[in-house]
Design a protein around this ligand. Structure first.
Ligand code: HXC
Length: 257
């Protein structure tokens, strides 16, 4: 591919983005951010792709925004460029996204994982928002998404002390969906991504959209939204196929229609 800081592969119906700045523990510089976003845009356009997996190395998912790149910036640099705003494109991805996290997911790395729909953690994963130790605060949604994921007490603890939490604590707190042995992380993440990618893509997109709605609205409005989307699933061929296959005791063959 034409990318330098990431690897982009298509494995069946799964698009795999591997952060690849090993010498900097996958620190998120502007080039890497641009490349991840461009890869996501590509994968979103490709009809054969049903899920997007983002991963790093065994030592680091990403050790944060690139501190060496950020250090000299002024307020006006950050404000006028709206530094980090490009990551919003990942939050608005419509296809399911999975972060497979081994090693450090700190600062922007933790925030990148939280921009994904599901976080799978290796048993050596470490999560944290250490920005305060650098004299800044989270800038890619960490103070908001971490609080929604783990609650106020733990989010405050992490954002104010800058300490890391290990995979066990992250799972107990609800940040990650599952912990797997580091050696099995990619296999497990691929299995999860493939399972999702083999569902009806439009239905998976609707399920994702409905879950995400719960972060944006009241319970009554969220349930109303879900009901409308649920009704609309009955306008799809995949609903007919999925239910017919159950009745016939066979596997469904979804056509994304
Ligand atoms: C730039 C980084 C980096 C980062 C590591 N490196 N993290 N470079 N930005 N965020 C580089 C190191 O400088 C070093 O380069 C190489 O990667 C290996 O790192 P070491 O520190 O030597 O490794 P180790 O001793 O194992 O420690 C690992 C670590 C530590 C605990 C993860 O690297 C660390 O604390 N990194 C910073 C974590 C952090 O503060 N992240 C939040 C960033 S702020 P050389 O050239 O020396 O070999 C952020 C804000 C986002 O994300 C929101 C907007 C404000």
């Amino acid at each position: 591919s034409h990318f330098e800081t990431i690897l982009l592969e298509r494995k069946g119906r799964v698009g795999v983005i591997t952060l690849n700045r090993p010498k900097a523990l996958n620190a998120l510089n502007a080039q890497l951010m641009g490349e991840v976003v461009a890869a996501v845009v590509d994968l979103e356009r490709e009809p054969e792709i049903g899920a997007i997996l983002i991963t790093g190395s065994e030592r680091a998912f990403a050790a944060g925004a690139d501190i060496k790149e950020m250090a000299p910036k002024s307020y006006m640099d950050m404000y006028l460029d709206d530094w980090f705003a490009a990551w919003d494109r990942l939050a608005s991805a419509r296809k399911p996204t999975i972060a497979a996290v081994a090693g450090y997911a700190l600062g922007g790395g933790c925030e990148l994982a939280m921009l994904c729909d599901i976080i799978l953690a290796a048993d050596n994963a470490k999560f944290g928002q250490p920005e305060i130790k650098l004299g800044v605060i989270p800038g890619i949604g960490g103070s908001q998404r971490l609080t929604r994921a783990v609650g106020k007490a733990k989010a405050m603890d992490l954002c104010l002390t800058g300490r890391n939490m290990d995979a066990e604590e992250a799972e107990r707190a609800g940040l990650v969906s599952r912990i797997v042995p580091a050696a099995d992380l990619l296999t497990e993440a691929m299995a999860t991504a493939t399972t999702i990618a083999e569902m009806s893509l439009p239905i998976a997109m609707m399920a994702k959209e409905s879950v995400n709605r719960s972060f944006e609205t009241t319970l009554a409005e969220g349930v109303r939204f879900e009901r409308r989307v649920f009704h609309s699933t009955f306008a799809t061929a995949d609903q007919k196929e999925g239910m017919a296959a159950f009745v016939d005791k066979r596997a469904p063959k979804f056509t994304n229609s």
